[in-house]
Design a protein around this ligand. Structure first.
Ligand SMILES: [Fe+2]
Length: 289
């Protein structure tokens, strides 16, 4: 009989590292296009982040904040924004805990290793840092998102490569939804979305492809939620940080339990021109239903 060591790989989540494992964090990200950092943020920081984000969300719903903070841009049905708010944009201006997390010295050290010394935290354009509540209940207008790479949202801008961070206020599971990724897809020369589900126009001046090599993907990116050979789920715990590359193929699976929430804070470190004037910027909304 072949002995199986149940204490190692079978009981550890793939791609998850403690903050003291800097070299492995960087190596895993380079190889697979994503990594999870666990136990960097204190319990107190996440508690404050949750309280400040929930308060901001309630203020958006009550319309006591300027329109700048509330958005319907990603919602399946804009009418739902009248009753609920899935997003708080520029939450970095409202939550000191979010800003503290996004500028955590160790996190910045890791991201600087990934992107180079000139990368910068996007706080003022493209919605800044966003609090997302992707709950599945019927009041919600955003519950899942189809396959895309973040680069595809702005292939005309000189801000790549980039790294997105996700701070998990709720851990994730099949019950409340989770991130799906195709490890290694950041290396593929992914086409700009000349064909996509909402027919958005690819802006002029866009690069034809985005990725770390000139190698074409082995198959086309699906338009929706289809299963991709080689994809894996990323399950997180409260306080976990996912870093994923802007060229990585990813999507988000909807929850199976309507009584759950899936709340997180999303932002990014970018390269290139930091003025963020947004004049040529077009969001290309991928399959969101
Ligand atoms: Fe994304």
């Amino acid at each position: 009989m072949i002995p199986i060591d149940l204490t190692t790989s079978l009981l550890s989540d793939p791609g998850v590292f403690g903050p003291d494992r800097h070299a492995e964090i960087v190596a895993h990200y380079h190889r697979f296009g994503f990594v999870v950092i666990r136990d960097l943020f204190s319990v107190d920081l996440i508690d404050r982040m949750e309280a400040e984000c929930v308060q901001a969300q309630e203020q958006v719903i009550a319309r006591t904040l300027p329109d700048r903070y509330g958005s319907t841009v990603f919602l399946d049905e804009a009418a739902k924004a009248e009753r609920f708010a899935n997003y708080v944009e520029y939450v970095n201006e409202l939550s000191p805990a979010v800003l503290a997390g996004a500028t955590d010295p160790l996190l910045v050290e890791v991201i600087t290793d990934l992107l180079g010394p000139d990368c910068w935290l996007n706080t003022a354009s493209r919605a800044g840092i966003v609090y997302q509540d992707s709950r599945p209940g019927k009041e919600s207008g955003y519950t899942r998102i189809g396959w895309h790479s973040d680069w595809q949202a702005a292939p005309n801008l000189d801000i790549w490569p980039a790294t997105a961070f996700t701070f998990h206020i709720d851990g994730t599971s099949p019950a409340n939804g989770f991130l799906r990724v195709v490890p290694g897809s950041h290396r593929w020369a992914t086409p700009a979305p000349y064909r996509n589900i909402n027919g958005a126009t690819v802006p002029e001046g866009s690069a034809a492809t985005g990725g770390y090599t000139d190698n074409a993907p082995p198959f086309q990116m699906p338009l929706g939620f289809e299963k991709i050979r080689g994809e894996i789920p990323i399950y997180t715990e409260r306080g976990d940080i996912i870093l994923h590359d802007a060229y990585l193929w990813h999507s988000a699976a909807r929850a199976t339990d309507d009584a759950t929430t899936r709340r997180h804070v999303r932002g990014g470190y970018l390269n290139g021109d930091p003025d963020g004037d947004g004049k040529r910027e077009v969001f290309v909304k991928n399959a969101a239903r």
